[in-house]
Design a protein around this ligand. Structure first.
Ligand SMILES: *[C@@H]1O[C@H](CO)[C@@H](O)[C@H](O)[C@H]1NC(C)=O
Ligand SMILES: *[C@@H]1O[C@H](CO)[C@@H](O)[C@H](O)[C@H]1NC(C)=O
Length: 514
């Protein structure tokens, strides 16, 4: 080949690559690490694929890939530790709702007060697409508006109550699982009443407190931000951390894309004493982790004792993510550490079951590696995740209030059954069997939004006024017609009757005369 041909081919390749390289801005004002762990994988992947990625977040990269630029908010607020009590109650749910609302307001102020964010807005570089987290604030949508670029929403968990309406996703308490509550797709009447009330509460709190405050915060800096709800509805796509194999079939518009599973990284072999502990487990191991939610200090002593007693009754070895060193159990039976390579443990063929709080990360990793779960939900999306675990066949649910020796032992026995395991392996196979990988799907629709910025694929359901959505006006017309018909019929019948009466009277008179 002539060198000149080679050079032109090479430069063509470089040019094509350049043409495909997009300028992408990511806006992630929420300071929760468990969320960003998920987004991070996607953002790094975008950079690896040659896009120029700028990220506003609380979690700057230690070793950023080429083309990855951080605008760090780190240090401006304390990162969230998902720490909470080991129980569930309405009071705790109300506290959670208040935390979400309050931190959604705070995030916005923190981000807007950042000098680098402000100078980026002033410079106004051209972005081809902007990715924003959809969680507890719409502030990022206001910032995105300043750049005049298509916006893609992304979530690291299932939908929040206030995310249905903006995208025209049907929410019906009769069969749509509720983020914060039990019941899954088959709620009881009590649960339907419960979720109807809390759905209304969460949406109202969001609209009249968080969103309104965000709007006011933005108005302090800019005078041209449209209503945030309108910006939300102009989102091109929502990349939703869902997949029907786990979450069940749902009714989503075409611009809501299921990308569940994209963040799970490849497992590495276990090492050191943990490897030895697992390898030598003759009957396999059971892994216990409540993430960072439950600490040694928050789990009641009697519940800890229940778990320890159940261990004694099973032949398996146990690994427990536990930061306290005072658990006095046989070292051949239980391995504890405050940090454990969760993915590597779940991927190990000797891991037979996973007792977990059903956080989104752990649940996804369990289905990825086909490990049966005992799901014990505590806060946030965990009750809905746990319901999905049970309904999909990935595991069983054990509510915290029902935790005792007998119930826990039964739950373990159920998921340790070889038939149950086989079924879980099948579920996991179905989870992996997709035409395009979840990461490729997420990247594809992000690029699509950049390539076709002049289209929005929002369903009409998002724009129809509520009275039309539930066909109240149609019902009113039909009922009116019905009533008018009845009235007309009655009048007609009455007229007939009175005519008859008159005629019979005259007939009687005639008869008398005769
Ligand atoms: C990539 O993004 C950075 C940071 O936003 C910016 O300074 C740089 O000019 C961008 N590069 C290109 C090629 O657009
Ligand atoms: C989108 O519309 C603008 C304004 O009409 C136009 O300049 C631009 O070329 C369009 N973009 C694409 C990708 O067609």
């Amino acid at each position: 080949m002539k060198p000149s041909v080679l050079i032109s081919i090479l430069s063509l390749l470089v040019l094509t690559d350049y043409a495909c390289s997009l300028n992408i801005l990511g806006i992630f004002p929420y300071q929760g690490k468990s969320h960003f762990i998920v987004f991070r994988v996607y953002l790094r992947e975008l950079a690896k694929r040659g896009h120029n990625v700028t990220v506003i977040s609380h979690f700057p990269e230690q070793d950023p890939p080429a083309n990855y630029h951080d605008i760090s908010l780190a240090g401006s607020t304390k990162p969230i530790e998902d720490e909470g009590p080991f129980q569930t109650s309405y009071l705790i749910l109300l506290a959670v709702s208040w935390f979400l609302a309050h931190s959604g307001v705070q995030n916005c102020d923190t981000m807007l007060a950042n000098d680098r964010v402000q100078s980026l807005i002033k410079e106004k570089p051209k972005f081809d697409v902007i990715v924003v987290e959809q969680f507890n604030s719409d502030c990022a949508l206001g910032v995105a508006h300043k750049f005049d670029a298509p916006v893609v929403g992304i979530m690291s968990h299932i939908l929040m109550p206030y995310h249905y309406q903006r995208l025209g996703i049907p929410y019906n308490p009769a069969y749509v699982p509720f983020h914060f509550l039990e019941g899954g797709t088959k709620p009881t009447l009590y649960q339907r009443v419960e979720r109807t009330i809390f759905d209304f509460y969460f949406r109202t709190l969001y609209k009249y407190y968080t969103q309104r405050s965000n709007q006011n915060s933005l108005a302090k800096y800019f005078d041209d931000i449209p209503p945030l709800d309108d910006l939300a509805r102009d989102m091109k796509f929502l990349l939703l951390y869902h997949n029907f194999v786990l979450t069940g079939s749902r009714l989503f518009p075409s611009n809501v894309i299921e990308v569940g599973g994209f963040h799970v990284i490849d497992a590495k072999p276990l090492t050191g004493d943990l490897k030895k502990f697992v390898d030598e487990a003759e009957h396999g191991v059971i892994y216990i982790s409540f993430g960072s939610v439950v600490k040694a200090t928050t789990m009641p002593a009697d519940k800890v004792q229940d778990v320890l007693n159940v261990m004694k009754q099973l032949p398996q070895r146990f690994i427990w993510k536990w930061e306290d060193k005072t658990l006095l159990v046989d070292k051949n039976k239980l391995y504890t550490k405050n940090w454990l390579p969760q993915v590597d443990i779940l991927a190990h063929p000797k891991t037979l079951a996973f007792l977990s709080h059903a956080g989104n990360g752990g649940t996804t990793e369990a289905i990825h590696y086909g490990v049966p779960m005992v799901a014990m939900p505590i806060v946030g999306d965990q009750p809905a995740n746990a319901a999905a675990v049970e309904e999909s066949g990935l595991g069983v649910t054990l509510q915290v209030r029902d935790l005792n020796q007998e119930n826990l032992l039964n739950a373990f026995k159920k998921v340790l059954d070889p038939k149950f395991r086989e079924r879980v392996k099948e579920v996991s196979k179905a989870w992996h069997d997709r035409p395009i990988s979840p990461m490729d799907t997420a990247v594809y629709w992000t690029e699509f939004a950049a390539k076709h910025p002049n289209f929005t694929f929002r369903t009409a359901a998002a724009d129809v006024p509520f009275y039309q959505y539930i066909n109240l006006d149609v019902a009113a017309v039909l009922i009116t017609i019905f009533i008018l018909n009845i009235v007309a019929l009655r009048i007609a019948i009455n007229k007939c009757r009175s005519k008859k009466k008159v005629t019979t009277k005259t007939e009687k008179k005639k008869a008398k005369r005769a």
